[in-house]
Every structure is written in structure tokens, then in C-alpha cells.
Design a protein around this ligand. Structure first.
Ligand code: MG
Ligand code: MG
Ligand code: MG
Length: 305
């Protein structure tokens, strides 16, 4: 059986693309199943409950040689531990290509807003494979989540066309209203611990001058994160030490106002971020207007550094 999974600290796109692609393969009589590399965030839980789909089983390791399909990621550091010992047979992703494999495999990469856009368009629609309401619903939700309801600069015309088609099948009549429900579910963090907050959507990258982590908190309630500044700074310093990183950046992305506030693990990182993004001090954080996409706006700047 092929094990399908997205990245660690999974987001809605990682979970829903794995479930949908397993459904697609099962329809071709291929044995495949979706898994999660970590617990589901509130938004993803909301989406799966809303469309009546069971949450995938969580795993953190697999026996060497297991056939796996990676969705929504392809960086070793973001994947399951000891990924090199597994048999990667296929990758579907919308991030930059990073991985090296030791044999030819199937890859499907498209510069679109979500992995679910690729699965809907390139797998279901192009092959005329029947899409049920729940699967269309989760594909649509992930597309909206990853593109921040088309506000992210990662959004393409393909995403908009695919969302339109999916919303008909999923019977979601008011897309804007539905996207607000998603964002409110994502923003409802209650008494979450500071470490969990930082790790909600947290990815590690090998840049030229070191290994850095970048956590983002996409929210309609930036104040929730801003109010925790002191505790966040302490935890960022701790994590930098314990994970042996060159630095950590934690960016609170205000989805509705399209702006962001960043905290870092130290003065050097503060200075670096300020220089790279022309950040200014606002609400006691490093403020950058219109900086809302880690993938398209933040990571590329670090890659060039
Ligand atoms: Mg993702
Ligand atoms: Mg994605
Ligand atoms: Mg995302």
C-alpha cells in the first residue's frame, strides 16, 4: 500500500491533498491511504467535520522501504523522519523543487496556489474522474486556505477557475462567507500553549548561511499573537537552542488586513529581518505591509541572501 502524506505540522492543504489523492488512486484500484505527520489544526478539523470526512491516522515513522507519495512538500527537513530510507514513488507539490531521489519517480509540480488545485485539475477534472461532494469540499477548503481566499500572491487564475468548479460540486453557495468560517476556525486558538502556537505552521529550511525555521500564524485576530510577545520571545530563544538553528522567525499574518508582524529569536535575526524586508516597528513587532506569503515572499528572499 502507498502511504500518502503532506508536511509536518500539517496544514489543511497537506491533509486534504493526501485524502483526496488517496481517493483518486483508490478509484483506479490502486491501494493507497492518507496519513498525517502531526495533529490537525483547528481549521483542518473544522473542514473535515463540515464535509463529514474522517481524520487521517497520525504517524511519525514508517518501516524502511515503504512506498510513499509526498504531497504539498518535498524538503527532507519538512518530511517524515528518515525519509531517505523510504521508497518515494511520487511527488505532487506547489513548492520549489528541493529533493534528490535515487531513482526516476513521477513528479507533478505546478506553480499554483495549493496542492489541492493540482489534484482537482490535473487528476480529477482532466481525467474525468467523478468527484464526490465531500472530496470536492475539502479540495475547495484547502485551496481557499492556502491562497487566503485568493488574497495571497501565490494565487493564479487556475485557482479561481478550479475553485468555481469545486464550489458547485461541493454545494458551497457563498464562497466568501465560507472562507470567513474557515479563517475563524483557524483563528480560534483558545488556550493553546506558546510552543504549539509557534509550531502551528512551522517549517525548517537549509539556507546558505544556516538552518532557519519560519513559523507563520495566519489569523483574523493578530492581537491574540501580539499580546503573547514576551512568552513567544522566550520560547523562540529556547527552540533556537534545542533545535540547533541559526534563527527562528515567527510571523503573524493578518489575513483580512493583508499585513504581518514578526518576532524573532534574537537581535541578529531582528536586524536581518528588518534589513531584508524593510520592516518597521509597530505594535511592538516588526511590521511589514502586504507581506503575507511565506512561500512566495519570505522564503525566496532568504534563499537569495
Ligand atoms: Mg502546506
Ligand atoms: Mg500547500
Ligand atoms: Mg499554508
Amino acid at each position: 500500500m502507498k502511504h500518502i502524506f503532506g508536511h509536518k505540522n500539517p496544514d489543511t492543504d497537506s491533509i486534504c491533498s493526501a485524502i483526496a489523492y488517496a481517493d483518486f488512486l483508490n478509484k483506479q484500484n490502486i491501494d493507497a491511504k492518507a496519513f498525517a505527520l502531526g495533529s490537525l489544526n483547528k481549521e483542518t478539523q473544522f473542514v473535515l467535520e463540515y464535509f463529514g470526512i474522517e481524520a487521517p491516522e497520525q504517524i511519525d515513522k514508517l518501516p524502511a522501504g515503504t512506498e510513499v507519495i509526498l504531497v504539498d512538500h518535498n524538503e527532507e527537513k519538512q518530511s517524515i523522519d528518515k525519509i531517505k530510507d523510504l521508497d518515494i514513488v511520487e511527488i505532487i507539490d506547489h513548492h520549489n523543487l528541493k529533493i534528490e531521489t535515487n531513482k526516476p519517480i513521477s513528479v507533478l509540480f505546478k506553480p499554483v496556489g495549493s496542492t489541492c488545485t493540482i489534484i482537482a485539475e490535473e487528476k480529477y477534472f482532466k481525467n474525468n474522474v467523478e468527484l464526490t461532494k465531500p472530496i470536492a469540499g475539502i479540495l475547495l477548503s484547502a485551496l481557499i486556505s492556502d491562497t487566503l481566499f485568493f488574497h495571497s500572491p501565490t494565487t493564479t487564475d487556475i485557482d479561481k477557475v478550479v475553485a468555481e468548479k469545486l464550489s458547485k460540486i461541493a454545494e458551497v453557495e457563498n464562497l466568501e462567507e465560507f472562507s470567513l468560517k474557515l479563517f475563524n476556525a483557524k483563528s480560534d486558538l483558545g488556550d493553546i500553549s506558546v510552543e504549539k502556537l509557534i509550531k502551528l505552521d512551522y517549517k525548517t529550511y537549509d539556507f546558505k548561511d544556516g538552518t532557519y525555521s519560519i513559523g507563520v500564524m495566519e489569523t483574523t485576530n493578530a492581537k491574540f499573537g501580539l499580546d503573547k510577545k514576551e512568552d513567544i520571545l522566550i520560547k523562540l530563544k529556547e527552540l533556537k537552542e534545542s533545535e540547533d538553528l541559526s534563527g527562528i522567525f515567527f510571523t503573524i499574518i493578518d489575513i483580512l488586513n493583508e499585513e504581518s508582524y514578526t518576532f524573532t529569536s534574537g537581535d541578529t535575526e531582528d536586524a536581518l529581518f528588518t534589513k531584508l524586508f524593510s520592516a518597521v516597528e509597530k505594535n511592538n513587532a516588526l511590521y511589514v505591509d502586504k507581506l503575507i506569503s511565506r512561500k512566495k515572499q519570505i522564503v525566496p528572499v532568504f534563499e537569495k541572501m
